[in-house]
Design a protein around this ligand. Sequence first.
Ligand code: NAD
Length: 278
Amino acid sequence: MPRKVFTSKVYEHKVVLVTGGCSGIGRALVLRFAQAGARLVIFDLQQTELDSLLQLVRDQHNVEALGLCCDVADPLAVQQAVAQVLEQFGGIDVLVNNAGISHRSSFAETELGVFERVMAVNYFGALHCTKAALESLITRRGQIIVLSSLSVYAPLLYRSAYNASKHALHGLFETLRYELNGSGVNVMLVCPGFTATDLRKNALVGSVTLANQPPLAMRKLASARDVAESIYRGAIKRKSLLVLDNVDWRARLLARYFPRLFERVLLPRMSRLKARRP
Ligand code: NAD
């Protein structure tokens, strides 16, 4: 049965920049905002993937779109890419800090380079993009949307660097939200649960090479499209925090109030990995 499409004119002709927009949740957000009539900018790593997505966006939704090859971990590359966006589009209304990577390795087996790369992309990537776009976002009373994770409520095993990077995002953007009080800029932190994307496939292992793990069973995962729809609706309401339906409330509750029970029972199950002591 075709789904009902929620229509709103809030983002018509607005400039929406999505980092990591070529895959998973980012790609679904690009398509959702394009459907809403926004002008799209995508930062990602591969030009060929950018080109095919831009073609799709223009063909399906007839909106203006720009794709730039930009590693968000590189502050200079981000500055240059944002300058190009400002020149071509005149400003940025919505910045979606979505680009992210994960890893699968115990703390003991994780090399420093993995911690550095995960923080560089997940935390500093969001910081660089926000710094570069902030003036324009303030001028336009815009929005900053940040992809966090369920892992800030209930830690995931063998993803210490990933969990740390998501906690760091909360520290940064909750402070920024207060500092921007009265400026008209909305800062929304989004915590999705497990979602069917390439995040797991692209995860690093202990020594910065790709893990290439098979995707999780689909029935246990939300679709990127549903997650994007929830984020889109949360953005319209200019929420501060959006915890998505696919974050298990029992896990949140147990982790907060019964941490031992959570560690023994739910943590290994949630992490989809056999519990083992390093
Ligand atoms: P994904 O791997 O499908 O997509 C990530 C995108 O980011 C890819 O297009 C990738 O090329 C891009 N990217 C990676 N490093 C980059 C860099 N340095 N510069 C620019 N682009 C870069 O993953 P996803 O699941 O769609 O993840 C999107 C966000 O959602 C991430 O921040 C992730 O932590 C978060 N999230 C995902 C899940 C999940 O279960 N998939 C759950 C909670 C939160």
